[in-house]
Write a protein that binds this ligand. Structure first.
Ligand code: VG1
Ligand code: CO
Length: 543
């Protein structure tokens, strides 16, 4: 088999963001765009040749074409074996699990996660390291540096392989093992949670709905919830993965998973509702007429971890991303567990998980996970909740309210301003950053600023430093306002404003969140001059 070496020109815009390189499909379809990036992965990660490489994606438009291109480049670069999900499909957590299970040297995951899919929408590619987690910044920076001066890539002149047939295919001399994307992952879940107890819960008449949003989790949820746990057929809705997610926005929040939210807040609401995103790593959890914020979900899971067999007596600590509410910190303090604050993005949890410093971790953006893989895991979180519900036999609302009585409530909201003019958004953050030095001690409304900075993270394991991770303004009573710009969008800029206040008094635990936080929201808007700078009167999405 002769390797072809093709001349190419660098692209200037291949810097990975919060979670890989995400662009419009049209950008990826440009000649050599994907090829360059993939070749740079091989140029910088030399060890990828020897052991298996795991490849799969969320099934969105361009997934199949991209996989054929990647397989040829992998073979031409001397990779000996690839483990590929059937049909080119792997949820992000399932890919992470396969990397670990096969002792792979890494993985390539194709997804733009919660961003819409289709010929005019988004695509993405991400490299994961042998621990199964998203590559840390030093790796993504090396790949990016290579993209800036690449002048050739290697490929083979071979026909496309059949991605749908389980078994072995050859691309040149490279073996491609096409595996069932679901079974190994479902087996792992069965080891972590008490499936017998959850089965009994369903038998008792407990009702739930899982909205797969026409994204990758459909087949996983059907196998686990309906086949292995005995939930009635039809529990999983929108369960067929589609290349454009049925024109939807596969982002499990109250705005984009409206069908599910309406059902859970309606007259015939079931006991439990959940949804996942495009690539299966996010989760939204709802009880009957009750929304659980992701920050609270992490805290409740931490407080109840002993109820799940895979976690009984072995939780060492927790980490949360900086903008995530401090609810989990309160549980960790009470239980005497380690607690870490990391920048936004799952890649920052990897070192802490690998070192055993933490067992559980989460982000306010509907991401929750543990050391079972090195990605956040949507279905895992849903199963953790089912395990808790099955063991405690209380409603979701009762469990969360009881949690607040015990630990206090961290009122929390995130306001997103999507597709804002990039210069305006950067200007807004620059001005805030400049203000931070003078803010401490100032009184804003009834709040006094305790500290203000641009978050800088020092990784306690490898001593790497990541700065400019978001403007934090902390008040004397523990309330916080955080501003940061999204690193996953593909159109203009997205400004995220995160607002949090702690309430210990149980008599004040049933307020509407936006009302409870009204004064802080006002302060956040005026301090940053959001209306004047972005021209927006209101956020695009409020969570
Ligand atoms: C967002 C979230 C972040 C998450 C990231 C990837 O990033 O805020 O918490 O880790 O998406 O999630 P940003 O930079 O847009 O705020 V996913 O489900 O895209 O892999
Ligand atoms: Co995702």
């Amino acid at each position: 088999m002769t390797v072809e070496t093709i001349a190419t020109q660098p692209f200037q815009d291949q810097k990975p963001g919060t979670s890989g390189l995400r662009k419009k499909v049209k950008a990826f379809e440009k000649p050599n765009y994907l090829e360059n990036f993939v070749q740079c992965i091989f140029d910088t990660q030399r060890e990828l040749q020897d052991a298996p490489l795991v490849v799969g994606g969320d099934g969105r438009y361009y997934n199949r074409q991209a996989i054929q291109i990647i397989l040829r480049i992998a073979a031409a670069n001397g990779c000996v074996r690839v483990v590929l999900g059937q049909g080119g499909i792997l949820s992000t957590p399932a890919a992470s699990h396969l990397i670990r299970m096969h002792n792979a040297r890494g993985g390539i995951i194709l997804s733009a996660s919660h961003n819409p899919g289709g010929p005019d929408e988004d695509f993405g590619i991400k490299f994961n390291t042998p621990n199964g987690g998203p590559a840390p910044e030093k790796v993504t920076e090396a790949i990016y540096a290579a993209t800036l001066h690449i002048n050739r890539y290697h490929t083979l002149d071979t026909p496309d392989i059949d991605l749908d047939r389980l078994g072995t295919e050859l691309v040149g001399d490279m073996v491609v093992d096409i595996v069932d994307p679901v079974s190994a992952y479902a087996d792992l879940m069965e080891q972590l949670f008490n499936f017998g107890q959850i089965r009994a819960l369903f038998q008792s008449g407990f009702r739930m709905r899982f909205d797969a949003m026409h994204a990758v989790t459909g087949p996983y949820a059907r196998e686990i919830l309906e086949n292995r746990l005995g939930a009635p057929v039809g529990t999983v809705i929108n369960g067929v993965p589609l290349e454009d997610f049925g024109h939807g926005h596969p982002d499990p929040n109250l705005v984009y998973a409206k069908e599910l939210a309406d059902y859970l807040f309606g007259a015939d609401a079931p006991d439990f509702g959940a949804a996942s995103d495009g690539d299966g790593d996010r989760n939204m959890v709802l009880g009957r007429h009750f929304f659980v914020t992701p920050s609270d979900s992490l805290a409740v899971i931490l407080a109840n971890a002993d109820l799940a067999p895979g976690y009984f007596g072995r939780v060492s600590g927790v980490a949360r991303s900086m903008p995530t509410s401090q609810a989990a910190d309160r549980v960790a303090a009470k239980l005497g567990l380690n607690c870490y604050e990391t920048p936004t993005g799952w890649k920052f949890f990897g070192n802490l998980l690998d070192a055993g410093k933490i067992t559980l971790c989460g982000e306010e953006s509907f991401g929750t996970g543990s050391d079972h893989v090195r990605e956040k895991d949507g279905l895992w979180a849903v199963l953790f909740w089912l395990n808790i519900l099955a063991a405690r036999r209380q409603s979701v609302a009762e469990i969360v309210r009881e949690h607040w009585r015990l630990y206090g409530r961290n009122y929390y909201t995130r306001h997103d301003y999507e597709a804002v003019d990039s210069d305006a958004a950067n200007g807004l953050v620059d001005i805030l950053r400049a203000k931070t030095a003078t803010l401490p001690g100032q009184k804003l409304g009834s709040y006094t600023v305790a500290y203000a900075d641009d978050f800088r993270y020092l990784d306690s394991i490898d001593n790497s430093v990541s700065d400019k991770q978001g403007i934090r303004i902390g008040f004397q009573d523990g309330s916080r306002i955080v501003y940061r710009l999204s690193g996953t969008g593909t159109e203009g800029a997205t400004l995220r404003v995160y607002i949090e206040a702690y309430q210990a008094d149980p008599a004040k635990h049933d307020l509407d969140t936006q009302q409870a936080l009204a004064e802080l929201i006002q302060i956040a808007n005026s301090l940053a001059g959001i209306r004047e700078r972005t021209g927006r009167d209101a956020p695009t999405v409020i969570t």
